[in-house]
Design a protein around this ligand. Structure first.
Ligand code: SF4
Ligand code: SF4
Ligand code: SF4
Length: 259
């Protein structure tokens, strides 16, 4: 990476299939923390400027890979970036884009594009880490602005950011929130990566898993808890599939391979 004492690091933002909400969160963060612009040189950011560069010290990539041409573009970004960071659930874990992988592709194409479907190249959605090497991820839908700023700071210091690998339940208990299971809501906090300060349960809503799975989720126990609270098997599956379908699917493939 460029030595910050000599030259500002070149930072770029790219978007693939997404709602662009994570880039908007970055823009918000820059407005409230403009001092960041004193220490980095933003060289590409379609949502905010028209510039272009050939090399990047840090490339933040938002969105999922959903078509063959995305692979070429991702490979090109990777070849020009010292560090690649997946920005938000779509890029990190496939996010809600991967729900469509549960349906026949032709049906999805027809629902979205109707009679014009043949004009659009598309295939099952994947996180960018399934296509190129990704160095770090900033989870969430959308990302948390404080976490974004914290991770940028760590990267600029030449260190490696680390994400919590314990469940949202820990943060939820630390803030003494009443468990939403007691309010009749089924929550994915027991298997979801912490770091958001359990914001959804703190407002009376269940965690829907937007930050992805912890590395050793006890899914059997979660299914049991959801069943005990009256959730049918299909309702529990739908809940898990909202953000976690790609992770769950690929976990199963990996486990089957290991078995
Ligand atoms: S992670 Fe959420 S907010 Fe970010 S781009 Fe994807 S859908 Fe939008
Ligand atoms: S509300 Fe969710 S995150 Fe909080 S303790 Fe209950 S299950 Fe865990
Ligand atoms: S509580 Fe769950 S759904 Fe809400 S922000 Fe945190 S990880 Fe995402």
């Amino acid at each position: 990476m460029t030595d910050i004492r000599v030259m500002k690091p070149k930072v770029a933002f790219f978007d693939f299939t997404s709602c662009e909400g994570c880039q908007l969160t970055v823009l918000d963060s820059l407005q409230t923390n403009p001092e960041l612009l004193d220490v980095v040189d933003i060289v590409e950011f379609r949502e905010a400027m028209t510039g272009h560069a050939d090399q990047y010290d840090i490339a933040f990539i938002e969105g999922s890979c959903t078509r063959r041409s995305d692979e070429t573009r991702l490979a090109s970004i990777r070849s020009r970036a010292a560090v690649v960071v997946a920005l938000g659930s779509c890029a990190h874990i496939g996010g809600i884009n991967a729900i469509r992988n549960k349906m026949p592709l032709e049906e999805v194409r027809n629902v979205v594009y109707g009679t014009e479907a043949h004009h659009f190249d598309t295939y099952p959605a994947r996180p960018i880490g399934a296509v190129i090497a990704v160095d770090y991820a900033i989870p969430g839908c959308p990302i948390n602005p404080e976490e974004f700023l914290g991770i940028v700071t760590v990267l600029l210091q030449g260190r490696s950011p680390e994400l919590p690998d314990y469940p949202v339940c820990i943060e939820c208990k630390l803030r003494e929130t009443v468990c939403v299971y007691h309010l009749g809501r089924a929550c994915l906090g027991p298997v979801t990566r912490a770091g958001c300060q359990a914001i959804c349960p703190s407002r009376g809503y269940e965690c829907v898993g937007c930050r992805g799975l912890i590395s050793n989720p006890n899914l059997e126990s979660l299914s049991q808890v959801m069943a005990e609270h009256g959730l049918s098997e299909s309702a529990a599956k739908n809940k898990l599939d909202m953000f976690l379908s790609w992770e769950l699917e690929n976990r199963q493939v990996k486990e089957a391979g290991n078995g």
